[in-house]
Design a protein around this ligand. Structure first.
Ligand code: ADP
Length: 770
């Protein structure tokens, strides 16, 4: 080290000597000195100030040189002082800053002073060097010049020494500063580590606390509240909340929200997906949404206009809750204040909270399934008990019914062997239950010669058909037979084996009764027919002489047997009218008797309904004129019927005559309406009408309804009865009436286009039914 210093000093010294030698010997400097001298004495080419300055330097060269040396001395001393100060400062730094890990910059004022001294020193040194060079020639004694060169040399040495020292100190300082910087970074990193460690400890403790509360007893709501409170305190976040998706994933509903400042909980707020599309999308894509600055993050753009400014929220940390690969909710941390950098451990902590929330959801779902299961099991057991009880009581009831049933009940297996039979079966067949069980149905009950029928019945049942009320003869224990109405089917028993159940009702008495009834009915029918035939033939016998009476009365009334006086004419007229009335009565009676006896002959033919209407209109013309009424007949063209023309004419005539007879003023209308299946004939009048009681007996024989026209109007009370019979029994039609007293009546007749074929026998049956 010392050697190095000495080498340096030697170098500087030799350089200085070389400089002086060059100055004193080099012709260029010699030339420079001469030129300067000449310029000082011949100043024509120079500006006057420069000339004056050079002249002044030549004159005061000695004073200037000494002045310079003095300045250099002062500066050297200053550098010495500064060097000491600088070193002391560095020493202090090395002893304090490094140990205490503190960084301190070098005093800028000191550095400034060093810089200025250096510049001053260099300037002074260069100036003195130039001064000596310029004034070199003018010194008479060159020894002075050599003294000056020595001075320069000494100052150069001392300057070099102090500059070197200061440079080294500066290097040292930079080194120390770098060291300090390194320590400072290390300290900061260590501080960060300590902080992170503390945070981690807090987070771990909080997670452990929450995990210990994660059990069936804590409701989801309470757990969420604990979770958000812990989180708010651990992360120092102003608001923490848990939100769950609605079933359609279109809404987030707040389950719980905790505010650190007020320590209060709220819930029930709703976020709709359509209002916050960016936010809902972002949640779907990340496990944790980390918005250090909510105003910069894309996920939180939906809230920047209103919500964040109003709540002063600067940062947001959201952890989504997943269950079965499906997002079910989110835990939301809202930081009030400026932007906040969420550390990795904080993000992980939020993720762990979401996991805990998922666990509680799973736990409660599983718990619900378990309670449901227990409940179902209990319900099932209850149901089983009730069912068993009801089956038992049903079985009792069933046994009771089987034992008391007034029908025979047999259970047989697929081979037709008796498994069980009831007391009624024992009673009717005469076999005891013990005897019958195990024997085949065929061996016990099938009478001789009837094996075929019984076999057919059995195989029918075997192939799954149900036999209902089949009448069969069966053999009894004593060899006699009885008739049963048998219903039989095949069912499966509890073990799934086929069982044949055969129920028999003893119909022997019923059959005997039926036989006697048929006999009685046949007797009654033939008697009735004979009576009807008698009435019909009697009436026929009456009609022949009556026709002749009417004929002769007509001849007499027309005056063919001589002139009649007024009285005779009146009396004979009455007799004539009464005879006619009697004839119509007899005709009706004959018709009714024939219908009832089943012998009314029909004449089916094809005809146009319009013709029938025309005939009716013609026949009642005298009544229309007599009663001054208006008769309107509406009948479409070309409607043909295949029916009994005469009977239809009779029916329509009767109804239209009645309408005219029981109408005092107004009109009677007849409308023929062709319906798809039937022809409708509606006869409406504006007559006296029929009351409720009258309507009830309208179609009964010999019923004439009380009215003010009853006396005035001739009638038998058989017309509508016969009409009804002909329409319903012969023509296959119907007649209905609608009437109001003093407002008129409407008779509606309907008949098919094609008359049905009615057999005499069938007609008798129909009549029996009446
Ligand atoms: P009658 O020969 O007396 O007319 P019907 O059997 O034809 O016998 O009629 C029975 C009764 O029904 C009649 O006596 C009459 O009182 C009542 N009647 C029938 N048609 C009409 C009608 N269009 N308006 C009012 N009453 C009627």
């Amino acid at each position: 080290m010392v050697f190095k210093q000495l080498l340096r000093v030697a170098c500087v010294a030799s350089l200085s000597v070389l400089a002086i030698a060059v100055v004193s010997a080099f012709p260029l400097f010699e030339e420079m000195a001469l030129t300067a001298n000449r310029l000082a004495h011949h100043p024509t080419n120079l500006p006057s100030q420069a000339h004056a300055l050079l002249a002044w330097v030549q004159v005061y060269k000695m004073e200037l040189t000494f002045g310079m040396f003095l300045t250099l001395g002062v500066l050297t001393f200053a550098l010495f002082i500064l060097d000491r100060e600088f070193r002391a400062h560095l020493q202090y730094k090395l002893s304090t800053s490094i140990d205490q890990r503190r960084f301190m910059m070098t005093d800028p004022a000191l550095l400034q002073k060093i810089r200025l001294s250096r510049i001053g020193f260099m300037i002074a040194l260069v100036a003195i060097f130039i001064l000596i060079t310029v004034t070199y020639q003018s010194y008479r004694n060159q020894l002075i010049v050599q003294f000056f060169a020595l001075g320069v040399f000494l100052f150069n040495i001392s300057g070099t020494y102090f500059f070197g020292s200061l440079k080294r100190a500066g290097q040292m300082e930079r080194l120390v500063n770098r060291l300090n910087l390194y320590h400072q970074n290390k300290d900061e990193a260590q501080e960060k580590l300590v902080q992170a460690d503390k945070r981690l400890q807090r987070q771990t403790a909080s997670l452990a606390y929450l995990a210990s509360h994660l059990n069936k007893q804590t409701s989801s709501q309470l757990f969420y509240q604990a979770l958000i409170k812990q989180s708010a305190e651990t992360l120092s976040v102003a608001r923490v909340s848990v939100w769950m998706y609605s079933a359609d994933k279109q809404q987030l509903v707040c389950e719980a929200l905790y505010e650190l400042k007020t320590q209060a909980y709220t819930q029930g707020q709703v976020l709709v997906a359509n209002d916050f599309p960016h936010y809902f999308d972002a949640l779907k894509q990340a496990r944790v949404v980390v918005a250090d600055d909510v105003y910069q993050h894309s996920a939180t753009q939906d809230f920047v206009v209103d919500y964040f400014p109003s709540q002063q929220i600067g940062a947001l940390l959201d952890a989504t809750i997943w269950h079965d690969d499906e997002m079910i909710g989110v835990i939301c941390h809202e930081h009030v204040g400026p932007a906040r950098e969420w550390t990795l451990d904080e993000q992980n902590y939020a993720g762990s909270l979401a996991d805990l929330a998922r666990l509680t959801v799973e736990l409660h779902r599983r718990q619900k399934v378990e309670t449901d299961l227990v409940e179902h099991q209990e319900n099932f057991e209850d149901m089983l008990k009730t069912r068993t009880a009801s089956i038992e009581s049903n079985a009792k009831l069933f046994r009771f019914l089987v034992e008391r049933a007034p029908v025979t009940i047999l259970y047989m297996n697929a081979a037709n062997e008796i498994i069980e039979m009831n007391p009624e079966a024992e009673r009717i067949t005469g076999y005891s239950r013990d005897y019958a069980i195990g024997r085949t149905y065929q061996s016990l009950f099938v009478p001789e010669g009837m094996t075929g029928e019984h076999e057919a019945l059995s195989s029918d049942v075997f192939f799954g058909n149900k036999i209902q009320g089949q009448e069969m003869l069966i053999r009894r224990a004593d060899g006699s037979t009885t008739e049963l109405s048998i219903s039989r089917s095949m069912e499966l028993d509890a073990e799934g084996n086929p069982v044949i159940i055969s129920i028999g009702q003893d119909i022997s008495q019923q059959k005997a009764l039926e036989a006697s009834l048929i006999k009685a009915r046949e007797a009654a029918e033939s008697a009735d027919r004979i009576k009807s035939m008698f009435v019909a033939s009697m009436s026929h016998e009456l009609r022949t002489p009556l026709n002749s009476i009417i004929g002769f009365l007509g001849v007499v009334l027309q005056g063919m047997s001589g002139e009649l006086n007024v009285k005779q004419k009146d009396q004979l007229g009455r007799a004539y009218a009464s005879s006619k009335h009697l004839l119509s009565l007899i005709s009706d009676v004959i018709d009714i008797s024939k219908i009832e006896a089943g012998f009314l002959e029909t004449h089916q033919m094809t005809f146009d309904i319009k013709e029938v209407m025309h005939d009716v209109s013609h026949a009642v013309q005298h009544l229309v004129i007599e009663r001054k009424l208006n008769l309107q007949i509406e009948c479409p063209e070309g409607i043909t019927l295949d029916s009994d023309r005469k009977r239809l004419y009779q029916v329509v005539l009767n109804v239209v005559s009645n309408a005219l007879k029981y109408t005092e003023k107004g009109h009677v209308s007849v409308k023929v309406i062709p319906l798809p299946e039937q022809l409708e004939i509606v006869v409406a009048d504006t007559g006296i009408g029929i009351d409720e009681a009258g309507l009830a007996k309208l179609f009964k024989p010999f019923e004439r309804i009380d009215s003010r026209l009853k006396i005035k109007t001739l009638g038998t009370g058989l017309g509508l009865y016969l009409t009804h019979k002909i329409l319903t029994l012969l023509l296959g039609g119907s007649i209905t009436v609608n009437s109001k007293v003093e407002q008129g009546s409407t008779f509606t007749m309907r008949l098919p286009y094609q008359m049905p074929e009615v057999e005499a026998g069938k007609l008798v049956n129909i009549l029996e039914g009446q």
